[in-house]
Design a protein around this ligand. Structure first.
Ligand code: GRF
Length: 200
């Protein structure tokens, strides 16, 4: 595979990161916006970790300095010579400069069939809506949340008695298969990428 360098952005348990590592996605950096188990997953795999703590930028209230946080994240990604960014449960919306620095090079996985149920509460909202099926979507990330071009989707059934937890876990099983595969397919086209950052 081309020597594309992938960074994974995380905030949670890191089970999808774990799946990427098991599938040999070329992860060179794991960046978190808060202390979380995913950083331990990365460290155990010997991958470089960076914590850009939201709390140093105003935390989770109206004081949060999103432009400054985004500048810091973008700077860290560039310092690690990253070619492709994969968000995997990252809990902060980033500003336009990161998309300018990595145009069409930021992917995300979302636990619903976009454009249905965008946003942070996708699993709960699908359950509340009473849909018979939901699923997961791998897409390009853009400034508008959960709105970039879809690369792949898979359907997951909603079963009687499901809770947000049981349904989310069923969706995540699907994401753990789909996301690494789609990332590797995306990387396989890297030789046609206009910028040559990865050809060091
Ligand atoms: C995934 O469902 C992802 O789509 C969502 O957060 C979850 C991350 O799971 N945005 P994990 O932290 O990798 O276990």
């Amino acid at each position: 595979m081309t020597a594309v360098r992938v960074a994974v952005l995380v905030s949670g348990t890191g089970s999808i990161l774990d799946a990427m590592l098991a599938e040999d996605v070329p992860v060179v950096l794991v960046l978190a916006d808060r202390a979380c188990r995913a950083l331990e997953v990365a460290a155990a795999a010997g991958v470089a970790v960076e914590l850009v703590d939201r709390r140093a930028f105003g935390g989770f209230g109206s004081d949060f300095d999103r432009p400054a946080f985004t500048r810091r994240v973008t700077g860290v990604l560039e310092a690690h010579d990253v070619d492709l960014v994969a968000m995997a449960g990252f809990g902060t919306v980033l500003d336009q400069p990161v998309h300018d620095a990595f145009p069409d090079r930021i992917l995300n996985t979302h636990p619903a069939l976009l454009p249905a149920f965008p946003g942070w509460h996708a699993v709960a909202e699908a359950l509340e809506a009473g849909v018979a099926v939901t699923g997961c979507t791998v897409h390009l990330a853009t400034l508008e949340v959960d709105a970039g071009r879809t690369l792949a989707q898979e359907v997951v059934p909603v079963l009687p008695g499901d809770t947000v937890e049981t349904l989310h876990e069923r969706i995540k099983r699907c994401e753990r298969q789909l996301y690494p595969r789609v990332i590797k397919e995306y990387i396989s086209e890297a030789s046609s990428w206009p910028e040559a950052r990865f050809r060091r």
